[in-house]
Design a protein around this ligand. Sequence first.
Ligand code: ZN
Ligand code: FE
Length: 239
Amino acid sequence: MKVLTINCLSDNFSYIVINEKNNNACVIDPSEAPPIIDIIKKKKINLKYILNTHHHNDHVGGNLELKKKFNCNIFGFIGDKENIPGIDTFLNDKELYENDDFEFTTYHTPGHTLGHVIFHFHKNNFLFTGDTLFSLGCGRIFEGSHNQMFSSLKIIKKFSKDTMIYFGHEYTKNNSNFCLINDPNNIQLKNKIIKINQLLNVGQPTTPTSLEDELQSNIFLKTEKFETFKKLRDLKDNF
Ligand code: ZN
Ligand code: FE
């Protein structure tokens, strides 16, 4: 199983997960179709499935065009079935989905939106977190409550430390500045920032990150107290 990262729009990441045995693939959060179509043609991939973490346009914008072109099956959370364009297959919280190509479990992580989900490909320990968790940050709270987002992050914290996290936006530089201001003596954070800068300086994305790094350096995961989390999330909105 291999993951390709596709830069979309101004700062979105879409991901193509490829079953290397047969080149069948799914795309997670296709923000727009053209860059996905480009890579599919170049690499001779069979795009069979689309998985959406949530209904925002920068995550589903390519759904209909890709479905029309490749006849793919679109998966989304049952609670978001009215909002996800072209949805065919409804997923439930903690449901394991298996077919000949892929196995993944869906987890409901409300907060950013009410129907937000994340996808865990357990065989490879890949976790696609959309706009719930970013490297050194977490999603803005649009539809849900701070309480919901805090609980959703707790779900992510329970995965094994070596879980690789593929997140929805390249916000890492700004997030790292926020973490550093609020956690100025964190050596692991400082080391992580050195690595982040090295990647960004050569035009590489900062995705994926590991859960271990995030537990050590992401202030939104480090915070155990709800009140502190809420205060930080509000501060970040105006950062
Ligand atoms: Zn979003
Ligand atoms: Fe987004």
